[in-house]
Design a protein around this ligand. Structure first.
Ligand code: NAD
Ligand code: 0WE
Length: 258
């Protein structure tokens, strides 16, 4: 049944109490998983302090900085997991970034630098983290990433992030194919729009949320905890036959044509 006791889970992408990763971490903890948490380090160490305080009740046994643009930080993270845990069972990839100026206006204005940065952080990082996790997932495992319908259909202003998410979803399939023989499952959750640090920086996000509330079959948006529940399911033995899939947790919005 849905029981993650004895499972070691690394959660990336917690920035604050609105982060989707925070909803996932809480539900993994509730299911009994042993948690490790990484955060994006900044110069002043403010992020570190905030995230450390937030996750305290979940008693993470690993808490490390990991800027996914830096191979050395990825390597150091998984070295520490190897030392402390010996094996890894669950990897949650819950991060993305694009330059603000690339998330509005003409898509054809996307700069080469902005494209590379968005795809490095939002897409390549799944490949880099999965590659580092692979040798530690000695008893099989589950990798879950977060995506958005803007990677499949045009959502105004999502622009370069749409390309990043399309690449991310295809990476889920290639990784699932490679890692399946080792009983490592790889899936994505396509979440509906949620107000978080990342989405609040986007002009018109409230209008998009109101649109979903009018059109989605459930007539509402989803919560971080609902995404957390779906992630916990995908990481559990209940999902033992599921890999390479994108699961929509969006109140049904994706099925609508109008
Ligand atoms: P968030 O701002 O809380 O999380 C984004 C995280 O990315 C932050 O923790 C940030 O520190 C991290 N990050 C950025 N650059 C990084 C780097 N170089 N190295 C390490 N970490 C880095 O916002 P969120 O909405 O919870 O986003 C989490 C994931 O969910 C993203 O993949 C996003 O695309 C996806 N998603 C969000 C929504 C939404 O509406 N909020 C919908 C669908 C999918
Ligand atoms: O994936 C996301 C968030 C992506 C994101 C958001 C920002 C804003 C602030 C990545 N990088 C940044 N960089 C910043 O400087 N979502 C699914 C939420 C989101 O973002 C949008 C959306 C939605 C929904 C951007 C444009 C249009 C809709």
């Amino acid at each position: 049944m849905l029981n993650l006791t004895g499972k070691n889970a690394l959660v990336t992408g917690i920035a604050n109490n609105r982060s989707i990763a925070w909803g996932i971490a809480q539900q993994l903890h509730k299911a009994g998983a042993n948690l490790g948490v990484t955060y994006l380090p900044d110069d002043k160490g403010r992020f570190e302090k905030k995230v450390a305080e937030l996750v305290k009740p979940l008693e993470p046994s690993i808490f490390l900085p990991c800027n996914v643009q830096d191979d050395a930080q990825i390597q150091a993270t998984f070295e520490e997991i190897g030392k402390q845990w010996g094996k890894l069972d669950i990897l949650i990839h819950c991060l993305a970034f694009a330059n603000k100026e690339d998330l509005s206006g003409d898509f054809s204005n996307t700069s080469r630098q902005g494209f590379s940065q968005a795809l490095d952080i939002s897409t390549y990082s799944l490949i880099g983290l999965a590659g580092a996790a692979k040798p530690l997932m000695t008893e099989g495992g589950s990798i879950v990433t977060l995506t958005y319908v803007g990677g499949v259909k045009v959502i105004p202003n999502y622009n370069v992030m749409g390309i990043a998410k399309a690449g991310l979803e295809m990476s889920v399939r290639y990784l699932a194919s490679e890692l399946g023989p080792q009983n490592i499952r790889v899936n994505g959750i396509s979440a509906g729009p949620i107000r978080t640090l990342a989405s609040s920086g986007v002009g018109g996000i409230l209008d998009m949320i109101h649109h979903v509330e009018k059109v989605a079959p459930l007539r509402r948006t989803v919560t971080q905890l609902e995404v957390g529940n779906a992630a916990t399911f995908l990481c559990s033995d209940l999902a033992s036959g599921i890999t390479g899939q994108i699961l929509y947790v969006d109140a049904g919005y994706e099925i609508m044509g109008m």
